[in-house]
Design a protein around this ligand. Structure first.
Ligand SMILES: [Zn+2]
Length: 484
């Protein structure tokens, strides 16, 4: 069985780029020497129990999406998010909350280093930092590194034509951006001035026209905090949610500036289209985005709806949204219907929330010694319910004749971001293990009554469903939309 995967969302550069700030002389400088934490190839080797204890608050203290783990796990194409962390994460204005922020930041320091935190604290130009981050990644492009005796390398691309999947031990990198703040050359407060808005427009144009830097494939407008473009969903949980105020401006929809930014990103006359990723928008903004795509401006354009890393809460969309960081049933149908793609994030905080069925389908508890089967269930369940929603839509609505219910779910790990990994599936190195257990889950599903009632039941094979999720779906999507 071949192990290969594509990831729609990860933060491979976040830790090494941040760690390069530990000395002035190494700031923004990558290295092939994996003895240094500022190497994109640096992989943390630590014992499992340490992972369990440490993974819970914010950033994992070990690397997950480093390129050594990526090669080990069979990564073919990675969509790497290269944005700077929002300054609000570093700095809590609310005095009474600072004690709680303290714990969060202590954890952050272990992930990215105090010097990087200091740097972000003083940062007043996000876009400049974004460019630095891209250059950090560019430095070692096409350079070879021996990983477990195999000569390995990576290339950054913005067109599928430059991807050759036959080349072994080569990872293709596609740039993406999480959070519209990264487009700003100023801080949020000054956003409303015409001058600052003009800088945002100018930065978008730079992303599209600077030949030396590949154009990002998609941008999510929102992240954790208000940024003048749209409303964001509450995203932080546990200790972090106590430390920050995410309520401010969280009930906004798409703002006029947000619409203008969408137009500029999507514009494709004599330039490359940059797609919009809906992750982190609140439900109100997402609804307005779906409506916006139906206005005459976009109704006849082929714009797939992208969720880079998400989960469905398997609820109908409400008038008063709760748990809106996850996606509602109606949205799943819209996404698949648009020819879009849905990255399932490997984050326990999001996946466990969905209460739907038994975790132990088809297996006795004592067989699953390490809990790997049970943990794989959380991921499998997402793949399954997303498909079931499309089977249902096929019965009830027009326009779904050619939509494959198993054809739009992909991996969107969010590794090396703020993530609580599923125990056992810690890093890219464990992707083959995830594949193995997802196949077991798929087989268990195929034995259920629900599966046997599906119209194409006889054609469904566990291994092909899982390989679609890990590779084929994303590959087909990139083939169609990652164009010059
Ligand atoms: Zn992320």
């Amino acid at each position: 069985m071949e192990n290969k995967f594509i990831d729609l969302h990860c933060h491979s550069t976040l830790k090494p780029f941040s760690k390069s700030f530990s000395r002035k002389s190494t700031q923004g400088i990558n290295t092939l020497d994996i003895n240094f934490k500022r190497s994109i190839w640096y992989k943390t080797h630590i014992k499992l129990f340490k992972k369990v204890l440490n993974a819970l608050i914010t950033l994992t203290k070990f690397t997950q999406a480093d390129f050594t783990s990526a090669i080990e796990g069979g990564a073919k194409i990675l969509m790497v998010s290269v944005d700077p962390m929002e300054r609000e994460l570093i700095l809590s204005k609310n005095k009474t909350k600072q004690r709680k922020t303290g714990k969060f930041i202590k954890n952050l320091v272990q992930g990215i280093g105090q010097k990087r935190i200091n740097y972000l604290y003083n940062l007043d130009n996000y876009f400049e930092d974004l460019q630095k981050n891209i250059h950090f990644l560019k430095q070692l492009e096409n350079e070879h590194k021996s990983i477990n005796g195999k000569s390995s390398t990576y290339k950054i691309v913005d067109s599928y034509e430059d991807i050759d999947l036959q080349t072994e031990n080569t990872i293709y990198i596609v740039l993406t951006i999480e959070g519209g703040h990264a487009l700003r050359s100023s801080l949020y407060k000054g956003i409303s001035t015409i001058e600052n808005q003009a800088k945002i427009f100018d930065n978008i144009s730079k992303l599209k026209h600077t030949g030396s830097i590949p154009t990002p494939f998609f941008v999510s407008l929102a992240h954790h905090f208000p940024n003048g473009l749209c409303g964001h969903a509450k995203s932080l949980t546990g200790i972090a949610s106590l430390a920050y105020n995410q309520e401010e401006n969280a009930d906004l929809g798409l703002l006029p500036l947000g619409r203008k930014v969408i137009d500029l990103l999507l514009k494709n006359i004599n330039e490359k289209r940059i797609y919009i990723d809906l992750k982190h928008m609140n439900l109100k903004s997402r609804k307005e985005f779906y409506d916006y795509l139906e206005t005459p401006r976009y109704a006849n354009e082929d714009i797939p709806i992208i969720v880079s890393h998400g989960a469905t809460n398997y609820l109908p969309w409400p008038s008063q949204p709760d748990n809106e960081i996850n996606f509602y049933k109606e949205e799943i149908v819209k996404i698949a219907g648009s020819g879009g793609i849905f990255g399932v994030q490997l984050d326990a905080r999001r996946l466990r929330k969905m209460k739907y069925g038994s975790k132990r389908r088809g297996i006795r508890n004592d067989v699953d010694i390490k809990g790997l089967y049970k943990k794989a269930f959380f991921v499998w369940r997402q793949i399954e319910v997303l498909a079931l929603l499309i089977y249902k839509a096929k019965n009830e609505q027009m326009g779904f004749e050619r939509i494959d219910p198993w054809g739009f779910q992909v991996v969107g790990s969010d590794f090396d971001g703020i993530v609580d990994p599923l125990d056992g599936y810690w890093t890219y190195s464990e992707m083959p293990l995830l594949q193995e257990y997802l196949i077991k889950q798929a087989n268990a599903f195929l034995r259920t009554k629900t599966a046997k009632k599906l119209p194409d039941y006889n054609q469904l094979k566990a291994i092909s469903i899982v390989n679609k999720f890990l590779f084929d779906n994303a590959n087909r999507f990139l083939m169609k939309y990652l164009t010059r």
